[in-house]
Design a protein around this ligand. Sequence first.
Ligand code: KPL
Length: 315
Amino acid sequence: MKIVIVGPGAIGCLFAAFLTRAKREEVWLLDKNKERAARINQNGVSLEGVSGIWTARVRVSSETKEIGEADLVLVCVKSYDTKQAIERAKPLVGEDTSVLTLQNGIGNTEILGEALGQDKVIGAVTSQGATLLGDGRIRHAGKGETVVGRMDGKIPVQIRSIRELFNKAGLETRISRDIKGVLWSKLIINAGINALTAITRLNNGKLVELEGTRRILREAVTEAARVAKRKRIKLIYDDPLAKVEAVCEATAANLSSMLQDVLRKRHTEIDFINGVIVRQAQELGIAAPVNSLLTDLVKTIEASYDLRNEESGSS
Ligand code: KPL
């Protein structure tokens, strides 16, 4: 089986390293940046953290021509890049290729479906924790399960093979018949944590320790859960507030992915997280003022990276 991972971010590198180490399949990492691709190709992908310290000699290319048609494509770019990334990756996708999205937020399965046909697309949510330390260097912060499934709930043989492939490579994986419920369950966690940490620059744990952020988190989560309920989405936990607070505690030292983006003055995934809650609430005719405020604040931060007054006043 030929597997191509698109995007050399933290999750892309993690999956590329584990799948390469398993030595069972032909694995490639596709990186749009030619120089970086050459560097990672030469140095490999290095990991430190819960799986030890090790390097995998991952094959990396910036050219789809060099790789050819794949059996499985894992899309690991930031959600705002999905459309462009899949246009570039189209030569990898043949009649029998499956395309699995391992991204944050809601909207990626739809974007991929429009570009390739929904039958090729597999949704996924991973609880693996990884932080990018540099080109091809990651910290594996925590092990967690990956859930895969098709939006129509069907379980064709390709999905079973992916589960087997990931599990044999040491990436614990299960199949869900309701991946939409799993995606929304993760969305609500991200809607409660990511924007608030990006705005306050606090780690996940502090959000529930401090009274003000705890109150805002609760409002954001309550609004998001209300939208999910109105859409009849079945969450994988009973109590969204308790779940999001538990995730804050379990990942207390983490800098959320959105805070990491803001610290690097990068584009964030706000449109695919709190922005989704705002748009869906509007469609349903219900209010989501806290998610709307969080979305506007993060967009303001993105639009003003170089305008900020960082120095303290003298009087
Ligand atoms: O998924 C995450 C993220 O940072 O994007 C959480 C669960 C909030 C962990 O940091």
